[in-house]
Design a protein around this ligand. Structure first.
Ligand SMILES: [Zn+2]
Ligand SMILES: [Zn+2]
Length: 354
């Protein structure tokens, strides 16, 4: 079911996709859906309804670890604690477990906020405007041997930002967007590419990622607490050596949870700080709002206080997907021409990233 027809070459996006589209289209006149000729590296399932990154192994490992640890907890600790302490203990564990699985699946299999690449007319128009700008500059006389960095300057709430040009997507990236080299596309409000959940973390799936990390950290604490309770209660009935012997499964769970908590706990705290400030990991690493790096380091996306920021990030409306992956390809669209045009421009890659 996965998209196996698409060539994922980063150098020539769309080159072989077009061949695939034309090959089938010419032979059978069958309309192809856009996901079938999508130039990025993403994988599509269920006829384009589900999208994920090219490497799904991280998600599978993560899911296996959660199911094994959860299975041990529900099979070994819950029956004992439900009788000895309170029947609500497995219920709380069950709710957390379902929330973790739900958030993980959402994070991995929804469009993180992929920005569609420019169409040929859009790319040509951008290029024409850029060439016009170059004509007014001294170095334009070099007949294209050198072109200055391509960027646009925009003002957002009184602060100036540079929008860099993405050579692959043939457009100026919107503010906060970045190009993911793993998925080979630009993503809105790009946070980072997470190999653990096998997807980019962006505008559309950030809240699920944050909740997944936070619920996992809570579940680890909960399971660890239950493990300790099981050993203490058994030690009361017998002796401590016998209690450890009977609780071998709980000890294995505890070790796994401690390991997970060391990574997920720190990640949850870090992202809680970012949510309160309405920042992304990408912006934090680049120091976009660091007063030591920039004279004007104000964050125009912050709502002023941490409560409003949390509400905006975690409870705001879910934005629609911009890639019409289930739409049909227009037979008159020549995607190869976009690639040829881009190559013909002979750009200097180093000069493109500002
Ligand atoms: Zn891009
Ligand atoms: Zn990515």
């Amino acid at each position: 079911m996965a998209n196996s027809k698409v060539n994922h070459s980063p150098q020539k996006p769309g080159a072989n996709n077009n061949t695939a589209a034309m090959g089938e289209g010419q032979g059978s006149n069958k309309l192809q859906r856009k996901w079938e000729v999508y130039p990025g590296r993403n994988k599509f399932f269920c006829n384009g309804r589900i999208v994920s990154s090219p490497d799904i192994q991280g998600f599978l490992c993560c899911m296996a670890l959660i199911i094994v640890t959860g299975g041990l907890f529900f099979a070994l600790d819950c029956p004992y604690l439900a009788v000895k302490v309170h029947p609500v203990i497995p219920v709380v564990g069950g709710v957390l477990f379902i929330l973790i699985i739900g958030c993980l699946v959402q994070t991995t299999f929804i469009d993180p906020g992929i920005i569609p690449r420019a169409t040929l007319p859009e790319a040509l128009e951008t290029d024409r405007l850029y060439q016009l700008e170059c004509q007014n500059q001294e170095n334009a006389a070099n007949n294209g041997a050198y072109q200055p960095p391509r960027y646009k300057e925009v003002m957002i709430k009184g602060r100036q930002f540079k929008l860099s040009y993405c050579q692959t997507c043939q457009m100026y990236r919107p503010p906060r967007a970045s190009h993911c080299s793993r998925c080979n596309n630009c993503v809105e409000r790009f946070d980072h590419h997470c190999p653990m959940v096998s997807n980019c973390i962006g505008k559309r799936n950030y809240r699920y990622f944050y909740l997944f990390v936070t619920f996992t950290a809570l579940m680890c604490c909960y399971v660890l607490g239950c493990n300790v309770a099981v050993i203490v209660l058994r030690a009361k009935d017998t002796d401590i050596g016998e209690a450890f012997k009977k609780s071998a499964g709980s000890i294995i769970e505890g070790v796994i949870c401690l390991g997970c908590l060391a990574s997920v706990g720190g990640l949850s705290c870090y992202h809680s700080m970012l949510v309160c400030k309405e920042q992304t990991t990408n912006e934090d690493i680049k120091g976009t709002y660091n007063p030591r790096k920039f004279k004007d380091a104000s964050n125009p996306y912050s709502h002023g206080n941490f409560i409003t920021n949390c509400c905006a990030v975690l409870c705001g409306p879910r934005h629609p997907s911009l890639i019409d992956r289930r739409g049909f390809v227009d037979p008159s669209e020549d995607t190869q021409a976009i690639v040829d045009t881009a190559n013909a421009r002979g750009r200097i890659p180093g000069a493109l990233h500002v």
